[in-house]
Ligand binder design. Structure first.
Ligand code: GLC
Length: 560
């Protein structure tokens, strides 16, 4: 292997090292704690479970983990309904166990990113309970977004706005006032004009940074600040296509960046400065504001996640996002799956051109109409992942994608936990199908997830995807991820990328050190460009015989 390495580190290119700062080209692995590993058999994944599985993360070769919320919560929205931002849910562990987990990850050279949920709390948060008890007009209510209802007794909602999960965005509290919840009714929105709310989040950031957390993933970062001045516009007015940038009453308002400038000051109190990545579902040209060095520093780019497996589209997305990242002094991010979307093996196995609404209908059919071609989905998923991992910037991986897990599309309605199911009036089954606990072993009560059954049932076909089965198989998806991450680590030198000529339906780009990544998005084989194949998302390099098969990615070092 060392002779291959020599090719990657020619005198004209610096030796492969982890670039500074660490996050610019990190591979970040998302852990959804309740579904990762259960140490005590209560059916819910927990912090000791994560600590015990650190060897898996080490053998995978990730640079950081991002933990979805592990805070006390009634789980009205999978933990994104937070009762207390500065504690651990007793079902998941304790603060001491959090410290042990961080220490174990750090000892293994893995950074820790935690989820911060600043748009809303849960309705069990102390300040929300105080607000309800204190009544209309009280200072306690000012920390949230309360408004008097319309009608003589306030019996009608202040506006006709709808919540993201469906149903009205206002909930009455029985005294003529209503509170705003952009998401579920159990998730009252904070009033970000209130200095105590702002101060409290700074305290929360310091709390976790002091415990050694390296960075933050900021939930719905484009919400938070709202313009609630009267009269409130109607939902139709809010949805108008010609609404100027920043003019929406609660999404992507310019004032939100004041909040993040204050957060940046806190991040910079630490050495090294703490990092952040914004979850901001905004127009591509608005993303840079969240990712700027004075703000959160980085923002998720969901463009690949929303694209078909298509050469022109992938190339355009890469060009656009690298340009935008360079303009705002950050590095780009790349995502194919997370806890909110249908897993990419399934997406790529479904017909091209399906959107979110189509996929919701597909889930409603139990994943049968249309029937996905999962073999093809897995092939394309591996090719897309190898493409993504060859790009400069940060790669965000979602737990289970290294096992090639498809969506569990046939969960019985009775077991669904996602509020989307109820709130949509039972037309959208929601996101549980990508949150089914991981299969670690082919055998065992919950395929090694824990000593007992898991909180969402695993299908029997999970056995074939179990980590212990794949561990022994050099052709498994797990082995492919490990290999790709190991090569990425060795080849990572700079952030430049140059596209090279390629046949129709093929994307080829060169990286510093002269290595190239070539993806054949078509179903026909094309001639392999010159070079030595070190990584193939499909058939092993020595079986390629001068051809790049369809729906396959290879990485090549310069020819001898
Ligand atoms: C984000 C999270 C999602 C959650 C929502 C409300 O989009 O990723 O899981 O439901 O915010 O907090």
């Amino acid at each position: 292997m060392s002779d291959l390495l020599d090719h990657a580190t020619t005198p004209s290119s610096p030796p492969a090292t982890t670039p500074d700062p660490w996050w610019r080209q990190a591979v970040v692995y998302q852990v959804y704690p309740r579904s990762f590993a259960d140490s005590n058999g209560d059916g819910t994944g927990d912090l000791p479970g994560i600590t015990a599985r650190v060897p898996h993360l080490v053998s995978l070769g990730v640079d950081a983990v991002w933990l979805s919320p592990f805070y006390p919560s009634a789980l009205a929205d999978g933990g994104y309904d937070v009762d207390d931002h500065r504690d651990v849910d007793p079902a998941i562990g304790t603060l001491e166990q959090f410290d042990e987990m961080v220490a174990t990850l750090h000892a293994a050279g893995i950074k820790v990113v935690v989820d911060i949920v600043p748009n809303h709390s849960s309705n069990r948060h102390r300040w929300f309970r105080d607000a309800l008890a204190a009544g209309p007009g009280s200072p306690e209510r000012e920390r949230y977004v309360f408004a008097r209802g319309r009608g003589e007794h306030g019996e009608l909602p202040p506006s006709d706005w709808t919540a993201v999960f469906g149903g009205p965005a206002w909930e009455p509290v029985g005294d003529g006032e209503w509170y705003l919840h952009t998401f579920a009714p159990e998730q009252p929105d904070w009033n970000w004009d209130h200095p105590e709310v702002r101060e409290d989040f700074l305290t929360t950031l310091r709390f976790w940074a002091d415990r050694g957390v390296d960075g933050f993933r900021v939930d719905v970062a484009h919400a938070l600040v709202k313009d609630m001045s009267s009269p409130l516009p109607s939902a139709a007015e809010l949805a108008a296509d010609d609404l100027p940038d920043g003019a929406h009453r609660f999404w992507d308002r310019d004032e939100v960046h004041e909040v993040y400038r204050a957060w940046r000051a806190v991040f910079d109190e630490y050495d090294p400065p703490r990092t952040a990545v914004a979850e901001a579902w905004v127009a591509t040209h608005r993303r840079a504001r969240y990712a700027s060095p004075e703000g959160l520093g980085q923002a998720f780019n969901f463009d690949l996640l929303r694209s078909d497996f298509d050469a022109a589209s992938f190339r355009r997305i890469v060009e656009e996002n690298l340009r935008l990242a360079a303009e705002s002094g950050t590095s780009s991010t790349w995502v194919l799956s997370n806890h909110d979307v249908v897993r990419h093996v399934s997406r790529y196995g479904l017909p091209d051109g399906m959107d979110e609404a189509d996929r919701a209908r597909w889930l409603l059919s139990g994943g049968t109409d249309p029937a996905p071609d999962l073999e093809r989905g897995a092939r394309r998923a591996r090719a897309a992942t190898a493409f993504l991992l060859a790009l400069p910037g940060s790669a965000y991986l979602y737990q289970g994608e290294e096992l090639g897990l498809p969506e569990v599309a046939d969960l019985d309605a009775a077991v669904l936990q996602d509020p989307t199911w109820l709130r949509s009036g039972h037309v959208d089954k929601g996101r549980d199908g990508c949150r089914v606990p991981l299969p670690w072993t082919a055998e065992g009560p919950s395929h090694g997830f824990g000593p007992g059954p898991s909180h969402l049932p695993q299908p029997s076909w999970f056995a074939a995807h179990a980590a212990d089965v794949q561990d022994r198989d050099p052709r498994s998806t797990l082995s492919a991820y490990r290999e790709a991450l190991a090569w990425r680590r060795r080849l990572r030198t700079g952030e430049e990328l140059v596209f090279e000529d390629a046949p129709e339906g093929v994307v080829r780009f060169r990286r510093p050190g002269g290595w190239t990544c070539v993806t054949n998005f078509t179903t026909r084989a094309v001639p392999l460009p010159p070079g030595r194949v070190v990584l193939s998302s499909g058939a092993p390099a020595d079986e390629l015989d001068g051809e790049l098969p369809g729906e396959t990615t290879v990485w090549l070092l310069p020819a001898d």
